[in-house]
Design a protein around this ligand. Sequence first.
Ligand code: GLY
Length: 368
Amino acid sequence: MSDGIRSADVVIVGGGVIGLAVAWRAREKGLSVKVLEREEIGRGTSYVAAGMLAPVAEAEFGAAGKRLLELGLRSAEMWPGFAAELERASGGEVGLLRTGTLLLARDEDEARALERQLAFRQSLGLPAERLLASAAREREPGLAPTVRLAIECPEDHSVDPRLVLAALRQACENAGVEIRERAAVESVELDDAGTRVTGVILRAGERVPAGLVVLAAGAWTGQIAGLPSDAQISVRPVKGQILRLRDPAGPGLLRRVVRFQGGYLVPRADGSYVLGATVEEKGFELSPTAGGVYELLREAHELVPGIDELQIEELSVGLRPGTPDNTPAIGPGAVDGLMWATGHYRNGILLAPLTAELVVAELAGVPA
Ligand code: GLY
C-alpha cells in the first residue's frame, strides 16, 4: 500500500475468517486496518471448520433459532457474490460447491423427527423437499440401504474454509491491511472516563492505538480484559473433533453434503471429505479422543458405508465460540468505538460475509 498506515483507524482482534472478512471489507471502504492475531493467521477455529453454508438444514426452533436463520439466509445469499469478489481480489479459489444438502434419518424415530423438521421448514417457506429413501439413493448411490427418509435442502452449499482463509489473507494483503501474527491482545484500552476505546494493549506490553476496535477473537474473546463487566459479552469455547478423509479412488462417493443425527459429511471437489463433529463443553481442552473419533465414524458409516475405504488425512480439534444463546454478537458494544464480531458458534463461515457487511457499515458510519 502506498499511502502508508501509521496509526490504524481500526484494530481488529482476531485473524480468523470473521476478523479477516471485516478487515478486507473495511479496507475497501478506505479505512486503515490492522489485524492482531494471537497465533498464526487463519489457524484457529476457522481452519478446522467444515464450511457448510446451510441455514435451511440447520434451522432450529425457538427465538434464537429464528434470529440465526434470518442471519444465515441473508449471508447464504451473499456468499456467491462474496466468493466471486474474493477470488478476483486474491487470485485464489474458495471452493464454493453448489451441491445442496441432504438431512438423513436411519430409523423410525429419526424419520418421525425428520418429518417434524420438514413441516417446520415448510411452514417458514424454506426450500426443503421430502425424499423417500429410494429417491435419496438414486441421487446419492453411496447412501446405505438402511436410510429411511431424507430431506433435500437444494440451496444449502459449502465452501472450503482453508481456501477462504488463504484468499482472505491475500485479499487483505493486496488491499493494504496490516497483519500482525503472534500479537496476543491482553486488554482493550479505554479513555480516562472509561467510555471510549483508545486502542489495545498487547500481552507483550505494547500499546496499539486505534479509534475503533473490533473484537473478533472467537472463543478467546472472553480472555481480553479491560472492559467494564456490564460491557462484556460472555463467549465460551465448545470443542469439536473433526476428521479429514480422502477417497483414493477420487471424487464420487458422495456429491451432496449429508447431515445426520451426530454429524455431517462434507464432500470437496477433489475426493476429500470432512467428517464432523463432536460438540463438547470441555473449556479450552484440545485433546482428540478415541471416543470422539469412534462416534463420528460409527454414525457416518451407518449412512455412508463406503467411508470404510477412505484414508484418514487429519484429525483436528476446534473451539467454537458460543454465547449463552449461541447467536453471534455483531455490532457496536456498550463502549464507544468498540465493535463485536464474535460468538458465531457453528456458523462462522456461513455468517462471514454478512458480519463483515454489518460491522463495516457501523465502522464507516453508513447503514448496511
Ligand atoms: N458448523 C459445524 C460445526 O460446528 O460442527
